[in-house]
Design a protein around this ligand. Structure first.
Ligand code: SF4
Ligand code: FES
Length: 594
């Protein structure tokens, strides 16, 4: 978390007659916000360059008057205070930063008149779509027209007709008549997504947003333009007309696509998730997230979701499953394959199970190309959790990853090119199976075949599979226990910054799925490891007591912005991440590339 600014870094500005201390250089719109004053704006966005083209933020500005020759303050005889030299014309707030003595007026007749004029002009060609527009409930044009508009229009001519329902790319639909030409989407693509694909054609009131000739808005960040479009011009093709936003409740979550750990919000109603959007975190993802991460909610109701508890493909009940699983786990020739997709709490209990069975766990690595923005090369969200909890003490061998033949496709990380992700890390387990030392493998949701076991090796062992979706391993597993997706449970991940971040349950789990923590604690009890808590809040006192890096923490105490842990005990490891937004890897041992 950023430290509070020192008083030396603060400057005093006067906003509507009140002195306010704000950090030096703060944009005037943000300074007013700190003082509880709203300056309406469209084109300004704190994470984008300033263009000053919407004019909605017009205010009055002035500076304390000084004698040009002596620099002595000029005192107003009527008030006894230093005179303010007000600029005679309105100024844009977004184009000015706080400097000592700056005076602004946001509620004068001139400012009111400006806002009414700008609003009237923006509405001239804006269609009356509000009753059917997806932006309703989140539309700045609607809100500012109500709060700062004149309330009527003097425009009697025909409105311009522009392209409607234009597909800018696979995930974004444009209604050009609603566009107020603020250029936020244009700047986002150029400055953040590094994909300069949008621009305006034609002039004046005929100006129209479009893609550059021959281009489409296909980058993996395209849906951020929908988030920042202040009106309903850009909408998510996936979410359009699905649900009114005021019916949805939000639940904080984390993007599980990689170790980046983007903060997200799940929007759900009556047990159904309708969309995922970014949650602002200025030290992790700012206000952005990937398109691929937004569509992950579709996993919840995917047809590949594991349907029932089963033994050798035959549906059974929990009691029989537990008996069968404990019998298998007590054969003395057992291996556990942990997962960097499991939560810290699940990894802690997986470690307890491994300790009870007196074995060490394996971990599946999942490596792809980082995109330098919000996707890292480590496609597991929580490898650091496995290190911190002691589930594993080192990273899977990089050479082990490289040798693996199986590839999985993930959504495009940048442009249209799909990014390949390799999974691996099980060569030691494969050798143990070949040597006849392992006869039973418990997989925490990992596809053992994709991670390096050959079908012949997998056929030599009895597999217990705890996971959410069908995969080649679940299909050959002896015991299958369906579990919960990240959207259906509470937990924590540790991202590449060693930041412990929590996610919360948004919707109830599938009725056929078991909670991973409940299953792990029952398996531990079944093999003689004693009774352990199986709920996140109840488990944390034990975690805090036994995991040195997490001492003194509890699930409830972890703030929304997370807690940065001391990662120095693992600094010697060759983590695969490169530079991304708000992250620069420390100098590390090089990953072998032979
Ligand atoms: S589409 Fe939206 S974000 Fe893009 S210029 Fe128009 S109003 Fe602004
Ligand atoms: S917000 Fe200042 S001109 Fe648009």
């Amino acid at each position: 978390m950023s430290a509070a600014p020192k008083s030396a870094d603060l400057v005093t500005v006067n906003i509507d007659g009140k002195d306010v201390a704000v950090p030096k250089g703060t944009n005037v719109i943000e300074a007013a916000k700190l003082a509880g004053v709203e300056i309406p704006h469209y084109c300004y966005h704190p994470k984008l360059s300033i263009v000053g083209n919407c004019r909605m933020c017009l205010i009055e500005m002035g500076m304390p008057a000084v004698d040009p020759a002596t620099k002595a303050p000029i005192i107003d005889a009527a008030t006894g205070r230093q005179k303010i030299n007000w600029i005679p014309r309105p100024q844009i707030g977004c184009g000015t930063n706080a400097s000592p003595g700056l005076h602004i007026r946001t509620n004068s007749p001139m400012v009111k008149d400006c806002r009414e004029g700008v609003t009237e002009m923006l509405l001239i060609n804006h269609p009356l779509d509000c009753p059917i527009c997806d932006q309703a409930g989140e539309c700045k044009l609607q809100e500012f027209s109500t709060n700062y508009g004149r309330g009527y229009s003097r425009f009697v001519e025909q409105k311009n007709v522009k392209p409607k329902r234009t597909s800018l790319g696979p995930r974004v639909t444009l209604d050009d008549e609603r566009c107020i030409l603020c250029s936020r989407c244009v700047r986002f693509c150029k400055e953040i997504a590094k994909d300069d694909v949008l621009g305006f054609v034609d002039r004046g009131s005929y100006s129209t947003l479009t893609c550059h000739p021959g281009r489409k808005l296909v980058n993996n960040y395209s849906l951020n333009t929908v988030d920042i479009c202040p009106v309903g011009a850009l909408t998510s093709t996936d979410f359009r007309f699905k649900m009114r936003v005021w019916f949805l409740k939000t639940t904080p979550s984390i993007d599980p696509e990689s170790s980046f750990g983007a903060n997200t919000e799940l929007w759900s109603r009556e047990g159904v998730v309708y969309r995922i959007t970014p949650r602002e975190h200025n030290e992790v993802n700012d206000t952005w997230m990937t398109d691929s991460g937004r569509l992950l909610y579709k996993q919840i109701l995917a047809p590949e979701r594991l349907p029932v508890l089963s033994i050798t493909g035959i549906e059974t009940n929990l009691e029989i499953i537990l008996k069968s699983a404990s019998r298998l786990l007590q054969t003395g020739q057992v291996a556990i394959v942990g997962s960097g997709r499991s939560s810290v709490e699940e990894q802690f209990l997986t470690k307890k199970l491994a300790d009870t069975l007196k074995i060490t766990a394996h971990l599946v690595s999942r490596v792809g190309q980082g995109d330098g923005i919000l996707i890292t090369a480590d496609r597991n969200p929580n490898v650091r959790g496995a290190l911190v909890t002691g589930l594993v003490s080192s990273l899977p061998d990089a050479n082990d990853i490289k040798k693996l033949p199986s590839w999985q496709q993930t959504p495009a990380a940048k442009g249209t090119a799909a990014t390949r992700v390799t999974t691996g890390g099980l060569s030691a387990l494969a050798a143990e199976i070949d040597a006849g030392k392992v006869k039973v493998v418990l997989s925490m949701g990992e596809d053992l075949l994709a991670a390096g076991l050959t079908p012949a090796q997998a056929a030599k062992v009895s597999i217990l599979f705890l996971g959410t979706h069908l995969n080649p391993t679940s299909e050959i597993a002896k015991v299958v226990i369906p579990t919960l997706t990240i959207f259906e449970k509470n937990g924590t991940f540790i991202n590449q910054q060693f930041r412990l971040q929590k996610f919360a349950k948004a919707v109830p789990g599938s009725p056929h799925a078991a909670d991973d923590l409940v299953m792990l604690s029952q398996l531990i009890a079944a093999v003689g490891g004693g009774t352990l808590p199986s709920e996140v809040n109840a488990l944390w006192p034990l975690i805090a007591a036994e995991v040195p890096a997490l001492a003194g923490l509890s699930y409830a105490k972890i703030p929304a912005t997370g807690v940065v842990l001391d990662g120095s005990p693992w600094a010697h490891l060759a983590f695969v991440e490169g530079e991304t937004l708000h992250f620069k890897p420390a100098a590390q041992p090089a990953v072998a590339t032979a």
